[in-house]
Design a protein around this ligand. Structure first.
Ligand SMILES: *Cc1c(COP(=O)(O)O)cnc(C)c1O
Length: 377
């Protein structure tokens, strides 16, 4: 099955009882049992719900994994994955991970004895150096947010296997339409489905796919025990979003390429970060491991004042956190998504006050370029 077909025919299709073409929203908490312990596969909706199950089957198929899991947010998904580990375990993570990931590792999970080290995983030697005797996993985000650094998933997975570690990949920016980390050797792939997978700025959700029966059993145990599950209505909205993921990603990429062409020529723009640019330091790896580069672009206008001027003049780019929706969004990472990272650490990473991040939407690209042009003038 090719990719766009899989988005529509993967997982569970429709409803066998009525012939309904879309999976119904099973707005239900509990299920009648014929006799004690004798039921149709569903007992209680925290443990399993037919609408959520259809979504979990679909994301499993899209990521070429063994089992899928849906959670109430990306952070709930990430936290559930971390609950696979024990007190005393250590995880090596990408240094410019999503701010919330950094926060949960350093302010919540550290209190439970799960220790972490953040390194620039785009340089594989840093991973190797950070591994300790109690390291259990390598956690990669690629491309990263907001500097769009790329880590070689295949090579990082090889390092992990050599040391008997799990490889976990946050695939939010690429989506399974462009990149399938399990096919490259990863064990666990996760998403903030709030972003491209939902795609319409109307759902908060998280998804996880694992590559083995053992991990599937372990993560289902955690999901059922800790209970951060996604509701049936939101599960249905994600399945609806996924049907158009392919055309949305293709169109986003086309718009992005045209916007980058404009930004690169503009005198106020000092630097453009995008893995699709041949000048990007890891362009070759991005090209090797993904079928596309996505719609996230960052650029530096040099100062906080210039950034604020640009923001105040834009009409079509909505100033908001989040990304991956039909509408174009713009943010200043230093004061928004990455505000929870201490200032000195931010500057160390290159997340300057003049850094702007855009999530290119599906408006007519000529309007988007016109808007940027007047705002930068
Ligand atoms: C948004 C985001 C998350 C967190 O997801 P929520 O759905 O907001 O909880 C995790 N990773 C990345 C890369 C994100 O962009």
């Amino acid at each position: 099955m090719k990719r766009k077909t899989k988005l529509i025919h993967g997982g569970i299709s429709g409803d066998p009882h009525t012939g309904a073409v879309s999976v119904p929203i099973y707005q239900v908490s509990t299920y009648k049992q014929e006799a004690v312990g004798k039921h149709s596969g569903f007992e209680y909706s925290r443990t399993g719900n037919p609408t959520r199950h259809a979504l979990e089957e679909l994301i499993k198929d899209l990521e070429n994994g063994e089992a899928g899991f849906a959670f109430g947010s990306g952070m709930a998904a990430i936290t559930a994955v971390m609950m696979l580990f024990n007190s005393g375990d250590h995880i090596v993570l990408t240094d410019d991970v999503y701010g919330g990931t950094y926060r949960v590792m350093t302010k919540v999970l550290n209190r439970l004895g799960i220790d972490s080290t953040f390194v620039d995983t785009s340089d594989l030697t840093n991973i190797e150096k950070a591994i300790k005797s109690n390291t259990r996993a390598i956690y990669i985000e690629t491309p990263t947010n907001p500097l769009l650094k790329i880590t070689d998933i295949e090579e990082a997975s090889k390092i992990a296997k050599k040391h008997n570690l799990l490889t976990i990949v946050d695939n939010t920016f690429s989506t399974p339409y462009w990149q399938t980390p399990i096919s490259l050797g990863a064990d666990i792939v996760l998403h903030s489905a709030t972003k491209y997978i939902g795609g319409h700025s109307d759902v908060v959700a998280g998804l996880v796919v694992v590559n083995s029966k053992q991990l599937a059993e372990d993560l289902h145990f955690v999901q059922n025990s800790t209970g951060g599950v996604l509701g049936p209505q939101d599960s249905w909205l994600l399945m609806r979003g996924i049907k158009t993921l392919g055309i949305r990603m293709e169109e986003t990429e086309e718009n992005t390429n045209k916007i980058i062409e404009f930004l690169q020529k503009h005198p106020i723009v000092e630097k453009v970060y995008y893995p699709g640019l041949p000048s990007h330091p890891n362009h070759d790896i991005a090209k090797k491991q993904g079928a596309g580069f996505g719609g996230m672009v960052s650029f530096d206008v040099g100062s906080e004042e210039k950034a604020d001027q640009l923001l105040s003049r834009l009409r079509y780019f909505t100033l908001a956190e989040s990304l991956g929706a039909v509408e174009s969004l713009i943010s200043v990472p230093a004061r928004m998504t990455h505000a929870s990272i201490p200032a000195d650490r931010r500057n160390e990473l290159g997340i300057t006050d003049g850094l702007i991040r855009i999530s290119v939407g599906l408006e007519d690209v000529e309007d988007l370029i016109e808007d940027l042009k007047q705002a930068l003038s």
